[in-house]
Design a protein around this ligand. Sequence first.
Ligand SMILES: [Zn+2]
Ligand SMILES: [Zn+2]
Length: 419
Amino acid sequence: MYQSPRGTSDILPEEQPYRLYIEKKAADIARLYGYKRIDTPVFEDTELFLRGVGGATDIVQKEIYTFEDRGGNKLTLRPEGTAPVCRAYLEHGMQNLPQPVKLFYMEANYRYERPQSGRYREFHQFGYEAIGDSDPVLDAEVIDMAWQFYVSLGISQLHLIINSIGCSHCRPQYLEKLKTYYSTDTQNLCKDCKIRLEKNPLRLLDCKNDSCRRLAASAPKSYEELCPECAEHFSKLKTFLTVLNLPYEIDHCLVRGLDYYTRTVFEIQPEIEGAQSTIGGGGRYDGLIEELGGKPTPALGFATGIERIAANLKRQNLSVPTTPGPLIFVAYLGEAAREAAVNLCSQLRKSGFAALQAPGSKSLKAQLRQANSTGVRYTVIIGEEEIKTGTVQLRDMTTSQQENISAEQLKILLGKSNQ
Ligand SMILES: [Zn+2]
Ligand SMILES: [Zn+2]
């Protein structure tokens, strides 16, 4: 027996209402804020992610699915959505459009992660990206979109965490301060953090190891080391968040996992059994487009995982709309009536009514049993008598009442039930 590869899962029919609902809400929010959908390929040149996500990140070091195709091209399955969107922005000359360009995507991403609860190797994300403007009003807008999205699903007890990690002018000095702070206490760092101290010191702040966390708590704070421009940006952002009535907490340990972030970073966390767990986040990536070969272009975005959202909806017992099942089952009595049943079923579908029929030559009793198990509202029965008179037997499955009606009456009745 084959099984789906580790870390992947089938999205079964009963899971689909959650997907559809989440995707619809995501698209509704995008429309309200003027974000247009973009789809990028499942794989890209590996170089895009080396440059775009960062060679020192966990994603690129340990998690990307990289392969060489038959033509010798080095390709990587998309581990995240932002770098491909920026590649598309440049490739299609979107820098010549009125800025900012507002885009959203909904896609599968691939990371070789240790499968544990809520983490998959194939997972689904959607995200909003605003490219081409540095105004903190956009930062507030993207955070507001994320917040309103979760609220529209009914997810409650949300926390918004923000931080500013500075820009290419002020961050190097801050990183030096961070290194100095940690270098006096390296014996208390975990193995990974000892390496991070050299390669990626910012990530020392969000290590989950207990002793690293204790050190991080009193580490220098990036938002206290900002250059005047970054400080002004962060202060404006806080003002706009207040205007939008979004309660925020500032956490100097929030740095996000990717190299491309600058200035604003944020996460939204619902409360789960007293603890908090991130459901989505994002930030500014003012240097990324330039890193990919474009002109310096400020930008920011937000991404959230669809599986995690679905898990939160279930945990909070939030109901999602289900797609209505078929309305009518067409049964027949005798071979001649079978042809009439095939015809009627086809006519019903062309008129917009979801209709089913039983394959194989089954007894009427077996057909009715099948009709019952599908949960249809009505069953129509056609026999030789009905063919002669151009009528059908209509059985209401909820009341078990049966009556003889014309094909025209049938359509009128179904029309009412479909509303
Ligand atoms: Zn700065
Ligand atoms: Zn650590």
